[in-house]
Design a binder for this molecule. Structure first.
Ligand SMILES: [Mn+2]
Length: 333
């Protein structure tokens, strides 16, 4: 169990208003942690405002409370003004200040600011930083925080935290999954989270277009270095043809990663021509966060990413390959 920072507990107990935010392009852990913490704070009699710079992605709109996420920065400004100093900012699941997004500088101007996160390489960019590298998800830390404060979870908060933890651990597959993760999951089920119902909502939700997109993406598979490196890609034209969006590619990287011989799976995603986002997933000891960092990205040892501004996905692949090959070779995995 991650022991919450004492200062975090003191501020959470003392203050009456909280602005909660997370990283842009939020995933299940970001959204689940955000909504659960808001629910926990309200059950403590406090006021919480969840801010996102874009609406909740369609696939996560089933999360209890997803409708409360505020995308109007003016509402945040009003909330901060009305709190007249009785306020704190909490940044969740966010490994660096740049990932807070386009209103990051303004949000981080709200003090005291707290960060609750589990990313390696988080420099601690708030007034008070609780960074637990061993936690499988930020959602696990929110559970630990509620426990430490003696707050009982509502069924809604339990569902949000279950989704946070199950998505960030790849359904309890990734290396960060610990016995504590399972203890927390069991407690969440006792508090009202239904694993089968939530798994259905998370994974059995494909549109026909999404399946057609998956077929096209799998068709791009390339293998390197004795089938230890797998590369797939998605272009804007593929999404246009199948009437899908970037949200529809979630989890696709698990298919190349599932090949027995593969140590590193790479997903090249053309956001716009010349703007390529890269996801890296490793099995075993290969540390892909170092490779992502080399290209000004970041993340976890087994799951990280970066953005490249190169004309074509071939160029991005060719820029990455020497690093990937060196990584796979040096770790002898
Ligand atoms: Mn996370």
């Amino acid at each position: 169990m991650a022991q919450p920072d004492k200062e975090i507990i003191r501020i959470v107990r003392d203050k009456g208003h909280f602005v909660l935010c997370t990283h842009y392009n939020p995933d299940g852990d970001a959204l689940g942690s955000l909504l659960a913490l808001a629910d926990i704070l309200e059950n403590m009699g406090k006021k919480a405002l969840c801010f996102l710079e874009a609406p909740v992605p369609a696939m996560y709109r089933f999360l209890p409370g997803s409708g409360r996420a505020q995308i109007d920065i003016d509402k945040v400004r009003e909330f901060i003004r009305a709190a007249a100093g009785d306020i704190a900012l909490i940044v969740l699941d966010c490994g660096d200040s740049k990932r807070v997004g386009k209103y990051g500088a303004e949000l981080l101007d709200c003090h005291p600011s707290l960060v609750i996160d589990h990313h390696h390489g988080n420099p601690g960019f708030c007034d008070c930083n609780w960074i637990a590298h061993d936690s499988a998800a930020t959602g696990e830390m929110i559970f630990d925080l509620a426990q430490a404060m003696g707050v009982k979870l509502s069924p809604q908060a339990a569902e949000c935290l279950y989704v946070a933890i199950s998505t960030d651990t790849g359904s309890f597959h990734y290396a960060a999954t610990s016995s504590h993760t399972f203890n927390v999951a069991a407690e969440l089920v006792r508090s009202g989270a239904d694993p089968a119902a939530l798994a259905n909502k998370l994974y059995n939700n494909y549109s026909l277009g999404r399946l057609r997109l998956l077929r096209e993406v799998l068709d791009t598979l390339e293998m390197f270095e004795k089938e230890r490196i797998a590369v797939i890609r998605v272009s804007r034209s593929m999404r246009d043809r199948t009437f899908t969006t970037m949200e529809d590619i979630e989890h696709f990287i698990n298919f190349p990663r599932a090949i027995q011989s593969v140590r590193v799976a790479v997903f090249l995603k053309e956001i716009e021509p010349g703007h390529i986002s890269v996801s890296l997933r490793a099995k075993g000891r290969c540390d892909v966060s170092a490779i992502a960092a080399h290209f000004a990205g970041g993340g976890h040892k087994n799951a990280s990413g970066c953005t490249m501004w190169l004309a074509s996905m071939d160029e991005v692949r060719d820029a990455l390959l020497p690093h990937l090959i060196a990584g796979v070779r040096s770790k002898k995995v």
